[in-house]
Design a protein around this ligand. Structure first.
Ligand code: ZN
Length: 283
């Protein structure tokens, strides 16, 4: 009897594994960290939606429009702005002008720049649904993909006027696959998250915070995130010296595979929601 049970169960385990793949009814999810110079812009394609995180800088906005049109994108279901600095919000104007954006999410931080004011004006004029996110919130990207927000906290938004540090940080979750989007969050935010979320931060892929700046990607944070792969979005020979050597050394220390848009072009991740995912370089 025992033997029969064991045999039956061995069969079950096998079937369970197969069912798990089949249960990934959302099929394949694609994530592109676009080669958009010194800035950030990523696209997420789920079965149901196209989500964009950040829009690159002002001087790259024509290129951004070109890249989106090449991909035959007409509607962006959700646009998430991590923080209102030009290298993340700069392409928003062109995106609103050329594509239908259904919903916009940001952290509610404001600045006095014309770029930011235009962004707000466009949202109002086009009557786009607008939401503010903070730590603990979750957004549904459709097709079984969700986005859990880890930072900033309400307290940070009230007390910290550092726009970088208040960047929205969130984890894309698709069954067993996870990727952490970080904006330009800094060490302080990383410490907060490590304290509040610990192992929950663990992600397969990390979008390098703040273009590989030494002021982010702190040791304890990398230890908690435990990413196998990291993608840095930046321009070659940028004026900030990104990525900083100290950051690359830390990535090396944790055995992470480093991808960078200045050398690799657009970096594409394909996942079916299992542990196995692939990363492709454009160049
Ligand atoms: Zn930035």
């Amino acid at each position: 009897m025992l033997i029969i049970l064991t045999m039956v169960c061995a069969g079950c385990a096998k079937n369970d594994a197969a069912d798990k793949t089949a249960a990934t009814s959302g099929g394949e999810v694609k994530i592109e960290v676009l080669d958009i110079g010194q800035g950030d812009a990523s696209l997420i394609y789920t079965k149901d939606e196209i989500v964009m995180i950040d829009t690159g800088d002002i001087d790259e906005r024509d290129r951004l429009v070109k890249l989106l049109k090449e991909r035959d994108i007409k509607t962006i279901d959700k646009l998430i702005i991590t923080h209102p600095h030009a290298d993340h919000i700069g392409g928003a104007y062109a995106v609103f002008k050329n594509f239908k954006v259904k919903e916009v999410y940001d952290n509610g931080d404001t600045t006095t720049t014309k770029t930011y004011q235009t962004y707000l004006k466009n949202i109002k004029q086009q009557n786009i649904a607008y939401h503010q996110l903070k730590a603990g919130d979750s957004v549904d990207f459709g097709g079984g993909v969700s986005f859990k927000v880890f930072s900033p906290t309400e307290k940070m938004l009230q007390s910290d006027d550092d726009l970088n540090n208040n960047s929205l940080v969130g984890q894309l979750r698709y069954n067993d696959f996870t990727m952490l989007f970080t904006g330009d969050s800094e060490r302080e935010a990383e410490q907060n998250m490590t304290k509040s979320y610990g192992n929950e931060l663990q992600s397969d892929v990390l979008k390098s915070p703040h273009h590989g700046s030494r002021t982010s990607s702190s040791d304890s944070y990398l230890k908690a995130v435990k990413a196998k792969d990291v993608i840095i979005s930046l321009a070659a020979d940028n004026e900030y010296g990104h990525p900083h050597k100290q950051t690359l050394d830390r990535y090396k220390k944790y055995d992470m595979n480093v991808y960078r848009t200045d050398k690799d072009g657009t970096v594409t991740i394909l996942t079916d929601g299992s542990d196995n995912y692939t990363i492709q370089k454009e160049k």
